[in-house]
Ligand binder design. Structure first.
Ligand code: FAD
Length: 609
């Protein structure tokens, strides 16, 4: 606990639900275990929903989260909390098989990581705050997601945001919301300035704020981050569920932690013949309390916010999903919905690594932990320096079809730079990271400077299915990378651009010690490309679209929710998290996820007024 902090009023499973004594019909509940809304998953989106849905007095809301409430120092300091591999970090981590299109390789890094705590993945992520291109949101609307164009969504971005510092002066940022955002101070490491210069020479102009409405479609941009003016991580539970607010609303907002939701209770609706979500079954995640099932009733709606892995899993456990899959596990079918758990997307990332002197790389903190002491003291005393920043400050956005053989962006008309057009959405993002990114250690004295090249509009799709009918087992995840042949064309362009950036940074100062370590050679053969990608591909943790917002029979992939986020063919059940994105948004996913939750809460409250 943060020293001398007051206790957060978190509840146990037994305090918020009625024990289920007999299997069978939906159980009767005590009145105190009936709620207007039950939110499953107190993660990035779930905390926003809990705040907004409990705003009207007289409304009863229950939030169920399988992780803990945590306010440790290591969860607040940006650099420490972004290192989710540290012992005790609030994460769920499980391996995923090598995607079929990639040759198994000893160094393959296929692992799924998500947050497991109140605040969810917003407690462990890299704190980058990006909204996505204006044109991409407009593209959602054009494809039938009514009400999801940028103009409407900007309202929600601003509503959630409490921008400070220079961001507060920009009219596209919000200053009255809960979630703290801030620009980075000056570049902390020298490579970023050099990277900017190389980008500009390649036709990728530097933009001060990737979230402005009218920047060029392709750019090298400074990142905004989700941190407080005091230099601490602003996760969604510290932002949207601060102790003062939770105490004020204790009569109407119950927050239960260490609770695993096992399934949603569905009753046949007498009027329309459609099933209706009427409540939620859950168990305690604490060993000494395991074994008992509890039930809480939802009088109005159940909102599923268990993330792109958790939400399809819970739907499938509840009998909503692909018929043949559910039958193979003996789960009674309630609604055949083939889109549930299909269409998994992620921005697969491929590493291009240069060696630099270890003192200029974060690798030094791993090789020599004592070297962390001076910057840690600087952070404690002044809230500045290395510990203030969670891994990167800069990102590069490009479009593969416009990159020439020298990795220059060549635009044939000014309209191609217009970021409000869906067709101009970047399909490549490259992040310069001052570290090796968990491949083999470098020779002594060297650290890594990595250009992480991500496919931001992948065409490949994977899936999330149940590994068994046991609700505690992690799901069977197929990341599906490179299952679509077009992604190979984009990745070659991305890796050529990454090499051009690296070589440009090297050439900027020939006296600086920097050498290629793992770099795709120019004119690599198909075989070399495949080998390189197999060895260095990894997740960028932007899992999305496993319950996509689209028609049930959408030719681009079956949908699960409509544009009001209601599950097709089921009443009283919505989904609000990264899983509903029609396709993974071509940027970092936390701000869009918060925006989805804001809009969902608004639609629910409007519907009940
Ligand atoms: C290491 C890492 C770095 C990242 N960096 C960035 C970044 O810098 N910027 C950015 O924009 N995005 C980043 N992302 C991605 C972004 O954080 C996520 O896409 C986003 O937070 C997902 O939000 P969500 O609400 O969909 O899911 P989550 O935040 O994961 O919330 C789901 C919640 O549901 C709970 N849950 C699941 N199953 C159950 C169950 N059965 N019962 C009860 N509770 C359950 C989970 O414990 C979790 O708290 C990163 C992700 C990771 C993992």
């Amino acid at each position: 606990m943060w020293p001398f902090s007051e206790r957060f009023p978190e509840r146990t499973a037994a305090e918020v639900g009625t024990p289920v004594v007999e299997e069978g019909d939906v159980p009767q509940t005590q009145a105190e275990h009936e709620y207007d809304y039950i939110i499953i998953g107190g993660g990035t989106a779930g905390c926003v929903l809990a705040n907004r849905l409990s705003e009207p007095a007289g409304t009863r809301v229950l939030l169920l989260e399988r992780g803990a409430y945590r306010v440790n120092m290591s969860d607040r300091i940006p650099l420490l909390s972004a290192n989710f591999l540290r012992a005790g970090a609030p994460k769920a981590l499980y391996p995923s098989p090598t995607p079929a299109a990639l040759a198994p390789s000893e160094s393959s890094l296929f692992e799924v990581a998500t947050g497991k705590a109140l605040g969810g993945t917003s407690k462990i992520n890299s704190m980058l705050y990006t909204r996505g291109a204006v044109g991409e949101w407009n593209g959602w609307e054009e494809k039938g997601c009514e009400g999801w164009g940028y103009e409407e969504m900007e309202r929600y971005f601003k509503k959630s945001e409490r921008a400070t510092g220079v961001l507060a002066e920009r009219d596209w940022h919000g200053t009255e919301g809960f979630w703290s955002t801030r620009a980075f101070p000056d570049f902390i490491l020298p490579h970023w300035k050099k990277t900017v210069d190389v980008c500009e020479s390649l036709g990728l102009p530097f933009v001060q704020d990737a979230n402005s409405r009218d920047h060029p479609a392709y750019m090298c941009a400074a990142m905004d981050m989700t941190r407080t003016p005091e230099g601490e991580r602003s996760s969604t539970e510290t932002a949207f569920l601060p102790l003062t607010l939770v105490k004020e609303r204790m009569d109407r907002l119950k927050i239960a932690t260490h609770v695993v939701v096992t399934r949603i209770a569905l009753e046949q609706d007498k009027e329309g013949g459609q099933p209706r979500a009427v409540g939620v079954y859950f168990e305690s995640d604490e060993e000494d309390n395991a074994g008992m099932t509890y039930f809480a009733r939802a009088k109005r709606e159940v909102v599923l916010s268990a993330g792109a892995m958790g939400s399809p899993k819970i739907l499938q456990l509840s009998g909503i999903g692909p018929k043949s899959h559910l039958e193979s596990l003996g789960i009674p079918l309630v609604k055949d919905l083939p889109g549930v758990g299909s269409n998994l997307q992620d921005h697969v990332g491929i590493l291009t690594i240069y060696k630099i002197p270890i003192q200029d790389s974060l690798d030094r903190l791993i090789v020599n932990p004592l070297s962390a002491i001076p910057p840690l003291l600087e952070y404690i005393a002044f809230r500045s320096g290395l510990f203030l920043f969670p891994l990167t400050q800069l990102s590069i956005f490009a479009r593969s079809s416009l990159l020439d053989e020298n990795s220059r962006m060549v635009l044939s008309s000014p309209s191609q730079a217009d970021c409000t057009k869906a067709a101009n959405t970047p399909d490549i993002e490259i992040m310069p990271l001052p570290m090796t990114q968990t491949l083999e250690p470098l020779p002594q004295g060297w650290g890594g400077l990595t250009f992480l090249s991500c496919l931001s509009q992948p065409k490949s799709r994977g899936s999330v299915r149940l590994a068994s009918a046991n609700p505690r087992a992690p799901p069977a995840v197929d990341l599906g990378y490179f299952s679509h042949p077009d992604d190979w064309i984009v990745v070659r362009k991305a890796l050529n651009l990454a090499r051009t950036l690296g070589e440009g940074v090297r050439a900027a100062d020939i006296t600086y010690k920097m050498e290629p370590h793992r770099v795709l050679p120019p004119n690599a053969s198909e075989e070399q490309l495949k080998q390189f990608v197999s060895e260095t591909a990894r997740t960028s943790y932007h899992y999305a679209s496993t319950c996509r917002m689209a028609a049930e029979d959408d030719p681009e992939g079956p949908g699960v929710v409509d544009s009001r986020l209601r599950v097709h063919g089921v009443k009283g059940l919505r989904i609000a998290d990264a899983s509903i994105m029609p396709q993974v948004i071509a940027t970092h996913t936390q701000a869009p996820t918060v925006c989805i939750a804001e809009k969902c809460a608004d639609m629910i409250l409007q519907g009940h007024n």
